[in-house]
Design a binder for this molecule. Structure first.
Ligand code: ADP
Ligand code: 5GP
Length: 203
C-alpha cells in the first residue's frame, strides 16, 4: 500500500504550524515535508527543522538539478518541496503533510492529484489574521502588510480545496485537522485501485 499526501494551505498567520503541532499526537505516523526557502530565518527558527534555509543561488541550482516536486515564489522568496524525501516517505506508506501555498497546491495536484487531499486553513476574518500576524511579532510591518495583501488573493482560491478549516478555536480546529488527516490516508492512487479490483475479481 502506498502513502498519501495531505496539502495544507492558507494565509501566513492562519495557524497552520499551530494546528499541525497541536494535532501531531492524534494523527498517527506521518512525515512532515520540510521545505527549502530563500527567506531569512525568523527568530527561533532552526535550519533543517523549520526549513532548509539556502541562498538564491543554491535554490536555483536545485531547480536545475530537478530536485523539487514543486516550487514557487511566495511573498518575494523562493519556497520548494524536495522530491527525494517525499518519495521515500510515500514508499514506506506514510502520510506526507505539506504546508505549501496555493500555487504549490495547484502544481502538486496536477502532478500526483490522485493521492492528494487538501485543506485550506483560515482565521474567521481578515482583521483576526492581521491581529495574529502582529501579535506573533516575528515580522516587520512592511512584511506583514505584504502578507495581508497576499492573503486577500489567497482566499480567492479556497474553492480549489477539498476541505476548509476556520481556525477560530484551536482545539476544535486541531480536531478537525486530525479527522481530515486520518481520512486522507484512505485515499488510494489509480494504480492501487486497479490492483484492488484485480485482486477482488481473482481471489
Ligand atoms: P502559520 O503557520 O499559518 O503562518 P502560525 O501557526 O504561526 O501560522 O499562527 C500565527 C499566530 O496566530 C501565532 O502567534 C499563533 O500562536 C496564533 N494562533 C494560531 N491559532 C490561533 C487561534 N485559534 N486563536 C488565536 N491565535 C492563534
Ligand atoms: P512562511 O514564510 O510564513 O513560513 O511561509 C510563507 C508561505 O509559503 C506559506 O503560505 C507557506 O505555506 C508557503 N510555503 C512554505 N513552504 C512551501 C513550499 O515548499 N512550496 C510552496 N509552494 N509554498 C511553500
Amino acid at each position: 500500500m502506498g502513502g498519501a499526501i495531505l496539502v495544507l494551505s492558507g494565509p501566513s498567520g492562519a495557524g497552520k504550524s499551530t494546528i499541525i503541532e497541536s494535532a501531531s499526537g492524534k494523527i498517527g505516523d506521518y512525515y512532515f515535508s520540510i521545505s527549502t526557502t530563500t527567506r531569512e530565518p525568523r527568530e527561533g527558527e532552526r535550519d533543517g527543522v523549520d526549513y532548509h534555509f539556502v541562498s538564491k543561488e543554491e535554490f536555483k541550482e536545485d531547480i536545475k538539478a530537478g530536485a523539487f516536486l514543486e516550487y514557487a515564489i511566495v511573498h518575494g522568496n523562493y519556497y520548494g518541496t524536495s522530491l527525494n524525501p517525499i518519495k521515500e516517505a510515500l514508499k514506506s506508506g506514510k502520510l506526507v503533510i505539506f504546508d505549501i501555498d496555493i500555487q504549490g497546491h495547484r502544481l502538486v495536484r496536477a502532478k500526483i492529484g490522485d493521492i492528494v487531499t487538501s485543506v485550506f486553513i483560515t482565521p474567521p476574518t481578515l482583521s483576526e489574521l492581521e491581529r495574529r500576524l502582529y501579535s506573533r511579532s516575528t515580522d516587520k510591518k512592511s512584511i506583514i502588510e505584504n502578507r495581508i495583501k497576499n492573503a486577500k488573493e489567497e482566499i480567492k482560491a479556497i474553492s480549489e480545496f477539498d476541505f476548509v478549516i476556520i481556525n477560530d478555536e484551536i482545539e476544535r480546529a486541531s480536531n478537525e485537522f486530525a479527522t481530515i488527516s486520518n481520512a486522507s490516508r484512505l485515499k488510494l492512487s489509480k494504480h492501487e485501485l486497479e490492483k484492488l479490483i484485480l485482486n477482488w475479481e481473482n481471489s
